[in-house]
Write a protein that binds this ligand. Structure first.
Ligand code: HEM
Length: 160
């Protein structure tokens, strides 16, 4: 993987970002805005699943309004994250905080799939009852913990 990281850093994109005075902070700013869109909307949805927020809103309607923003934020994170990584791949690839972050992003993806294929598949049966199934509450709680971990690991990349 190290030869690939070295190659990545020497691409015109990697070198261009690294040698520019403003490109890295500009891309990292977009990375933070993407995070706000992604983690902000998933957290609101998860707090609804826990029954701690927007209790009068139907979960399925909230999902319809919030999840497109989550996906848009995730797309921004993939593009800006890949650009940031390209500029400092050799330094970041062995970084334990970066590895923990990538693992947690993978787990957050698996968790979202399991939620949508299990608890959320029956949303029509519990959405109007106002009674949240335990599985929805657990899913909301686990998701919030995963995203806190991802954000913290992202912040720690520059410090370990
Ligand atoms: C999917 C959700 C993601 C979230 C919530 C997230 C969050 C963060 C946060 C909070 C930071 C610290 C920013 C700062 O210090 O100002 C960061 C930095 C960074 N992220 Fe992400 N990130 C995500 C995805 C990715 C992906 C997919 C990659 C790579 C493929 C990536 C690569 C990086 C890199 C290289 C840095 C810069 C570290 C440095 O300061 O040198 N991120 N991320």
């Amino acid at each position: 993987m190290l030869p690939f990281c070295k190659w990545l850093e020497h691409t015109s994109v990697g070198a261009g970002i690294r040698e520019s005075l403003w490109l890295f902070p500009a891309i990292e700013t977009l990375h933070l805005l993407g995070m706000a869109a992604l983690v902000g909307t998933t957290t609101v949805f998860d707090l609804r699943l826990l029954g701690w927020m927007l209790r009068r809103e139907r979960v399925s309607e909230l999902a319809g309004r919030l999840l497109p923003w989550s996906w848009a934020g995730f797309a921004v994170q993939l593009v800006t994250g890949a650009l940031l990584f390209t500029s400092e791949a050799v330094k970041v690839y062995p970084n334990p905080a970066f590895r923990v972050k990538m693992l947690l992003i993978f787990l957050a993806g698996v968790h979202a799939l399991i939620f949508h294929w299990s608890v959320y598949r029956d949303v029509a049966s519990w959405d109007d009852s106002g009674i949240l199934p335990a599985g929805a509450k657990v899913a909301g709680f686990v998701s919030i913990l995963l995203w806190i971990g991802i954000v913290a690991a992202g912040r720690f990349i520059g410090f370990v």
